[in-house]
Design a protein around this ligand. Structure first.
Ligand SMILES: Cc1ncc(COP(=O)(O)O)c(C=O)c1O
Length: 448
């Protein structure tokens, strides 16, 4: 065992796989075994591994300017170019970008900027943020507080109340419906609950509502039909920002530029990371509208500065990687390709819908999940994560890296460059793993 504290790991039972290299959609361990990377690492390696153009752009930037900071208004051409490029892409008027290294930092930056802004506009009470049950927004103190997964809160004593974070219903119809409620009725009930929450708390105390357009780590949940556009209409009525956490969905994952496009919403704020640079160098961005920036700028004049920023904000090498990744996505029409390949992935995943262990098959574009259940008739979930963990290991034994998320949902999120034959390879490997998983669940008496 090395001296590393492993993230999001059972520290008392670290199981190791030592990945030493990667090429295309495959990675290789220290024993030379090949694995199809079915989750793009952690939902991020859009262009797969060993992309020579990206590597050349990164190397060239390292030679020209390996580092420069942005404090006090110092700047450099690569960050300016990236911000201009992104401003032309996002659906936010006169968008401004705060760059950092990770999705969590982007979200923490948003929490701070929302607070800064509420003070700037003379509404210091308008600071609460509504976040969804089972939403995932990262692990820094504020981002983890927004996250709605109990395991990410356990034993950390997070300042959820101090930050004014309110928890709204998860819009997962399969898990959340009551009795024989239709999907429409389910959405109406959730909207009524949300409106009641806004009424009880007071709209003038709520700054924003944050959601992933498609919820990733919480189980790859496609929000119930019509839910997000209806939420947007409600928020508009109450002057509350809609904040889309696009950390997974952004840059083609759901078959469009952003998950917001796929879900038919037009957010006020966005968080971008992961595929922004195809994970070759860490970079993220918190995106706000120009009008919000103007108010913040005026206020910063009072104190002489906007007191937030990281050593690596706008790191030139990360910006160069992002610019090249965006250029490749556009040139190779990868968002449309994700839609076409995504349709193939979704239809192949559906082949497992009738399997005894499968409760729901869901997804959009090149992201999907198969939820394993203890009782196919009733959809009863497994009591713990043993079956999901077994399925993940069984996939690994077949040479396929997937992740069981939120207990027993096996997530698929391959690189956007995946070929149809490689999707087929992934599905077949998963099929064999599913046979082994069913045997295990039966042997352990975990099926009802
Ligand atoms: C939707 C979403 N937001 C935020 C984050 C946090 O990003 P990071 O792990 O880069 O801090 C993640 C990470 O998976 C995510 O999926």
């Amino acid at each position: 065992m090395s001296s590393i504290i492993y993230p999001v790991t059972n520290l008392a039972a670290v199981e190791q796989i030592n990945i030493v290299s990667g090429k295309g959609v495959y990675v290789y361990d220290d024993a030379g075994n090949q694995y199809l990377e079915g989750l793009s690492g952690l939902w991020c390696s859009a262009l797969g591994y060993g992309n020579e153009e990206l590597i050349a752009a990164i190397n060239s930037q390292l030679e020209t300017l390996s580092y420069s900071h942005l404090f006090g208004g110092r700047t450099h051409p690569v960050v300016i170019e990236l911000a201009d490029k992104l401003a032309a892409m996002v659906p936010i008027p006169d968008a401004k970008f705060f760059f950092s290294n990770s999705g969590s930092e982007a979200n923490d930056s948003h929490v701070k900027m929302l607070r800064y802004y509420s003070n700037a506009i003379g509404k210091p009470q308008k600071k609460k943020i509504i976040a969804l049950d089972r939403g995932y927004h990262g692990v820094t103190v504020a981002a983890a507080s927004l996250t709605g997964l109990p395991v990410m809160h356990s034993h950390f004593d997070l300042p959820v109340d101090a930050l004014g974070i309110l928890r709204a219903d998860c819009p997962h119809y399969f898990r959340g419906k009551v009795g024989d409620e239709s999907e429409d009725e389910f959405v109406s009930r959730l909207l009524r609950n949300l409106e009641q929450m806004i009424f009880d708390e007071g709209a003038d105390t709520i700054a924003a509502f944050v959601a992933e357009p498609l919820m990733g780590a919480g189980g790859v949940i496609v929000p119930a039909e019509g839910y997000l556009p209806k939420v947007q209409a409600l928020l508009n009525k109450h002057d509350i920002f809609l904040w889309a956490d696009e950390v997974i969905c952004g840059f083609g994952r759901t078959g469009n530029d952003f998950g917001s496009t796929t879900m038919g919403i037009k957010p006020d704020l966005m968080s971008l990371a992961k595929q922004l640079s195809s994970a070759y160098v860490p970079i993220s961005a918190a995106v706000i509208p120009g009008a919000m920036y103007e108010a913040m700028a005026e206020q910063s004049a009072d104190v002489g500065m906007f007191g937030h920023g990281y050593t690596y904000t706008g790191h030139p090498v990360a910006c160069a990687a992002a610019l090249k990744a965006l250029e490749i996505y556009e040139r190779d029409d990868l968002y449309a390709r994700a839609a076409t390949m995504g349709a193939h992935l979704q239809s192949r995943l559906q082949e497992y819908a009738d399997h005894d262990l499968v409760g729901e098959v869901r997804g959009k574009g090149l992201i999907g999940a198969i939820e394993l259940v203890a009782n196919k008739e009733t959809g009863q979930a497994f009591a713990d994560g043993r079956v999901g963990a077994f399925a993940q290991r069984a996939c690994q034994n077949e040479g396929l890296l997937l992740r069981a998320v939120a207990g027993s949902s096996v997530a698929f999120c391959p690189p956007l460059i995946i070929e149809e034959s490689q999707i087929d390879e992934m599905i077949e490997k998963f099929g064999r793993a599913l046979v082994a998983t069913l045997e295990y669940a039966k042997k352990e008496n975990l099926i009802e």
